[in-house]
Each structure stands twice: as C-alpha cells, then as structure tokens.
Design a protein around this ligand. Sequence first.
Ligand code: SAM
Length: 284
Amino acid sequence: MSSGLLSPKWTMPLARAPASRLGGLFFKRTQTWNEAVPIRNAVEGRSEQLVAPEDANQWQQYWGESYGPELKQWMLAPVFDRLEAEGKIGDLIIDVGSGALPVTGILKPTPARKRICVDIASDNVASGDTLGVRLDAEKAGQLEDLSFRKVLLRACAFLEINPRTEIQTELADTMVFSEVLNYVDFRKVLQGFSNFLKPGGRMIVINLPFRGNRSLFSERGLKDNRQLYAFLEELDFETEFKAFPKKPPQEADESEEFIVLVAKKNSRTSISARPGIGPASTPP
Ligand SMILES: C[S@@+](CC[C@H](N)C(=O)[O-])C[C@H]1O[C@@H](n2cnc3c(N)ncnc32)[C@H](O)[C@@H]1O
C-alpha cells in the first residue's frame, strides 16, 4: 500500500459519528444528500424516460430506497474530497450498483464531468451529466451478451463517442462500488469493469461483508476483505488507501470490517481485450 494517501487528512472522523449513522439497510428515499452536497440523482429532471422491461428482478422492489446515506457521506466524503483536491477523480465516473441515490452524487459536478450509474434495477433515466443504465453488473465486458451491448451503445451515445472506434480510448477515470459487492460475483464484476477503467484510474470500494439483505447475497459475494486485496492485486491494482472507520480500536482483525478502499489501476496494465463494437454486432 502506498503511503501518499495515508496522511492524517484521510483519517475518518470516527468519534463524531453518531450511533444513528450506523444506518439501516432500507431507508426510505425521503433522505437526500444535504444542502452542501446536493444530490444529483438521475431521477431528478428526467429528460429521457425509457420504459422498464417486464422482466422484473428481485431488486426492483427496493429501487427508490436509499441505503444509509448519512453513513455513506461520512465515510466517503473525506475520501472523495482528498482525491478531488489531488485531481484524481477525473471526468468519467461509473457508479456500479448505484441504487436510486448514487453515492457519487456527493461529488461536485464539473463542466466536463459525466457519470454513468449502473444498476440491475435502474430506471434507465438520463439527466444532464448522468446516465442511468439497467445492467446486471456481472455482464460487464461480455460483448456476446445483448444486454451489455445495448448498454455500451447507450453509453457511447451519452458520451457522444463512436462505438466502433472511440470506445477504445474513452475509458473511465473512477469507478465506485458502494455496498454492492456482497450481492454479486465480486471477482467477475471487478474484472468486467476494470477493462473500462483508464490505466491510472481508480476503483473506490465501500463494503461491509455480511451487511445487507442476506437473502439477496451472492454465493460469490465478498465475504472477507482479504479476498478483495488479493483479487485487486491479481488485476494489477495497487491499494492506495484503506480505512476501517467502524472498527473498534481493540479489534485487530480487519477481514470482516466495514472497509473504504481506493485502488489504482497500474499504468503498465495492458488492456488485452479492449471492448469495441463493429457494425455487424449492433443490436436491432
Ligand atoms: C445495498 S444497495 C447499495 C446502493 C448504493 N450503491 C448505496 O451505496 O447506497 C445495492 C444495490 O446493488 C444493486 N445490485 C444488486 N445486484 C446487482 C447486480 N447484479 N448488478 C447491478 N446492480 C446490482 C441493487 O439494485 C442495489 O441498488
């Protein structure tokens, strides 16, 4: 782990966290990011409403819920602020398993910044600088999968890039996985999305193994933080920062603690199978 990001500025204000910030899993969406950090939710100002398909998935009943936003803000805002101050967030952000109140709404908009919010229960709404896309995150990178190809084409249209050529150069600066890795094959998801991240770009993970709706957990979900470190290393990521803001001081074991992690994709990583779509493969 490099030390550059480990200065005291990164320390979580644990002592200031009230017990209420433990956050329930399924809060109603009366909660929004506060005035200082206004929510830029894809649901606001709908400019493009696509009809949701009939094949309702288990997550749709929870769409519109928020998942402990105060806790997320408390854990993520210092990390985002620091990366932002160092110019490390970039312009293209992908929020995976975003929910209806994406944590990337904490980030301030910039004229060049665009955000793609991916969720299996997304309402597929595009608004201003944000595109919501419905996708099973486990399908990311699977060009043979029609749902993924459609998403890729929508993303290209949103980014105003040519799906045949420019997709190979327009890769994301930052990807955020906030409390989604318990519910998916985390290796498949991280690997699938890593192909769309720029070398030098970052993945930001916030997760607590076993927190959430256990009936929806994946057998291949993240069960132990050490699995995350090992896999990111396999993918040639360097862990720049990790913190366990809810860990009691006397607890030495970090494997099942709430983690906030920032990992940088190694610049020398070669992207062997860069995605690109040719005309023959364009869905009808
Ligand atoms: C606990 S919520 C977290 C929402 C938000 N990231 C947050 O931190 O508040 C988990 C989210 O993951 C989404 N999700 C679950 N399985 C998924 C999958 N296979 N692909 C994409 N999204 C998924 C759910 O729809 C839900 O919005």
